[in-house]
Design a protein around this ligand. Structure first.
Ligand code: V47
Ligand code: SF4
Length: 365
């Protein structure tokens, strides 16, 4: 396919993309530095179409946040509270049961559950959460606990990573969400999330999860203090681990929202940067099948446009999102099945309801 680039330097990148030859650090920098958004988007769309044609995926899912009590208190997080602070919450397994039962007429196939690092819950609490969800939704995949939470559980309860993962898996854990790596840079970690695990441990936990047969996603939180070089290095680290394990399913760029955080003077990301992050992920992460446009963070309308800039997935119905809305997100808190389908169709794509492993779902109706 011929593309007329405004930025002629993209021609060299197109030649590599056409030859299925891997983009390097310098290519990544050039893509981020340039301003030919249509050129970058067209290249990403070419790769996306080769993999997925006109298909665009979404999942019928429900988010549960079991606690916002967290000992890490990352500077970019509006969601977390310290124990005893106003606004702190902790759901009991019965509360989780009630949240799931309030939706029990809907054919939900995935429960997405994450929380803060609570200082004092017994390990059995986490097993009970999984057991409760499994009891109510035996056919749904439980996508829960980021690499940060899994590392924490292993350390807090004195078990090895492998033993911790094995217990959680036996209790019903089916897939791991991508959060927690933020941007893999010691500089940014020191400045924004000094108590959170660093790059090496995040990658180690992900590798252990993949070795245990669990798939995971990966994310990058952008739009705060990170440089272009740090974004590119982050993508390359993910790509390297994916070469080794093949365990990543989707990559999700996460647009930073600053309201109610210590970084509230940082302006919202632009649509331009949001689309660029989707497109560049598609081009750099040549070994990732799926690039998600997370409508919660970039808005429903831009997520539709992102389907033509490299994304093939819109995440899902979600029901009630907290992390981004506490930081000022203006998107809906959840969407219906019909709205998800309509978003995809109105953008000119074929809506495919998928399960957590990108298999088409047929509700038989
Ligand atoms: O790791 C926290 C991010 C992540 C803010 O795997 C913020 O399918 C923006 O990982 N502004 C958790 N982002 C969410 C997450 C996720 C979401 C949707 C789908 C999947 C998936 C994973 O949320 C955290 C952090 O990077 N986050 N605060 C904020 N103020
Ligand atoms: Fe805790 Fe996660 Fe918020 Fe950091 S981003 S403070 S680890 S809930």
């Amino acid at each position: 396919m011929k593309i007329k680039f405004k930025d002629k330097r993209l021609q060299g990148i197109k030649e590599k993309v056409d030859a299925a030859s891997r983009l390097n650090e310098e290519d990544g920098r050039l893509l981020y530095e340039g301003n030919d958004i249509v050129g970058i988007g067209s290249l990403a769309d070419q790769v996306r179409r080769n993999r997925h044609g006109d298909n665009a995926y979404f999942v019928y899912n429900q988010h549960i946040n079991y606690t916002n009590i967290c000992i890490n208190r990352c500077r970019f997080c509006a969601y977390s509270r310290s124990a005893g602070e106003e606004g702190a919450f902790l759901l009991s397994p019965d509360d989780v049961r009630a949240a799931l039962e309030s939706r029990n007429r809907e054919p939900i196939t995935e429960i997405h559950m994450v929380g803060g690092l609570h200082p004092s819950l017994p390990f059995d609490y986490y097993l009970e959460l999984l057991d409760t969800i499994h009891g109510i939704r035996p056919n749904a995949t439980i996508k829960a606990f980021t690499a940060v939470e899994i590392d924490y559980l292993a350390r807090l309860y004195g078990r090895s990573l492998e033993e911790t993962i094995s217990c959680l898996k036996a209790a019903g854990l089916g897939l791991i969400p991508g959060g927690g790596a933020e941007v893999m840079s010691d500089r940014i970690r020191q400045a924004l999330f000094p108590k959170k695990i660093g790059k090496e441990r995040w990658l180690e936990v992900m590798a252990a999860l993949h070795a245990a047969g669990l798939k995971s996603n990966a994310t990058m939180l952008y739009g705060h203090i990170e440089t272009i070089e740090e974004r590119v290095a982050h993508l390359i680290e993910l790509r390297k681990l994916q070469d080794k394990t093949g365990g990543f399913s989707a990559f999700i760029p996460l647009a930073f929202h600053s309201e109610n955080t210590e970084l509230s003077d940082i302006p919202a990301t632009t649509a331009y940067d949001d689309l660029k992050n989707v497109a560049i992920a598609r081009l750099m992460l040549d070994n990732f099948d799926h690039i998600k446009a997370y409508w919660v963070m970039i808005g429903e309308k831009l997520a539709q446009a992102a389907l033509s800039f490299g994304a093939d997935d819109l995440d899902g119905t979600i029901m009630e999102e907290k992390i981004t809305h506490m930081a000022g997100a203006k998107s809906a808190k959840g969407l219906t099945y019909a709205q998800m389908k309509e978003l995809v169709e109105a953008a000119g794509y074929i809506p495919i309801e998928r399960d957590s492993f990108y298999q088409p779902v047929d509700h038989g109706c």
